[in-house]
Design a protein around this ligand. Sequence first.
Ligand SMILES: NC(=O)c1ccc[n+]([C@@H]2O[C@H](COP(=O)([O-])OP(=O)(O)OC[C@H]3O[C@@H](n4cnc5c(N)ncnc54)[C@H](OP(=O)(O)O)[C@@H]3O)[C@@H](O)[C@H]2O)c1
Length: 286
Amino acid sequence: MNSAHRKNGPHGNRTPDRELVSLITGASRGIGRTLALTLAGRGGTVVVNYKKNADLAQKTVTEIEEAGGQGFAVRADVETTEGVTELFDEVARRCGRLDHFVSNAAASAFKNIVDVGPHHLDRSYAMNLRPFVLGAQQAVKLMDNGGRIVALSSYGSIRAYPTYAMLGGMKAAIESWVRYMAVEFAPYGINVNGVNGGLIDSDSLEFFYNVEGMPPMRGVLDRIPARRPGTVREMADTIVFLLGEGAGYITGQTLVVDGGLSIVAPPFFADAGEALELPPRPTRDA
Ligand SMILES: NC(=O)c1ccc[n+]([C@@H]2O[C@H](COP(=O)([O-])OP(=O)(O)OC[C@H]3O[C@@H](n4cnc5c(N)ncnc54)[C@H](OP(=O)(O)O)[C@@H]3O)[C@@H](O)[C@H]2O)c1
């Protein structure tokens, strides 16, 4: 083995009494918040980044402490380069090091391509791709004992649907950067992976399906083999898996958490009428 290569992951050379430090962007709400609370149950320190909702971020911190972990909130707008720097400066000042960086915060305008202006493109890049890349550069400097980086993607990265081109394009770029980072950071014992969510029950899902011109969500749910939206808990649990010891040999991958949405194609069972309705699950007695 190349002596420059460290054991994979934050647990490789870790002294057992060293508590893990995790940074999650956008942890005041949604998937980030649920992830923060899940990690808190395992002890260690969770850094809760947010932009607007100081009260919700503080609530997350309180619940982290109630769950047995330690935490603090950092207001930093990751859409700006200064915001990313301030965020990591604060982690460095208060924790001195880092084990997990989860690039989770996202925001976008949802528009048809003909209505997308240069400023929309610039903001989409600044908000959705740049913080992952600049954040990962900073994270590597703080991961003194190997580490894990996870970025959030969505099914708009691999499938086209109305008004999602800007965010979908940035998520596709994230999945590509995941592979490049995985190769470059492997010698430091840092694994880099993505989690690609389908239709996940959250505030942002509600917002998206209320965008003008969007079809009703019910029609989409009927086309998901699981016939339901995913939960923020299911997303958080997948991220926790990638941050954990069991994923030590997984790097450069994006796991899809979508109840089968991205693997189906027309003709859909939901459109086919009774002839193609699936029968009840067969059993040994039938
Ligand atoms: N929900 C879904 O259906 C779904 C599906 C697939 C993938 N995903 C991905 O999963 C991730 C989380 O999604 P979510 O639905 O849980 O998000 P969400 O509920 O909309 O929450 C977004 C979080 O990001 C923070 N945030 C927004 N702009 C920020 C900025 N400029 N700087 C720092 N923080 C900022 C928000 O904090 P404040 O409100 O305090 O500013 C909030 O904590 C995203 O990457 C999303 O694309 C979501």
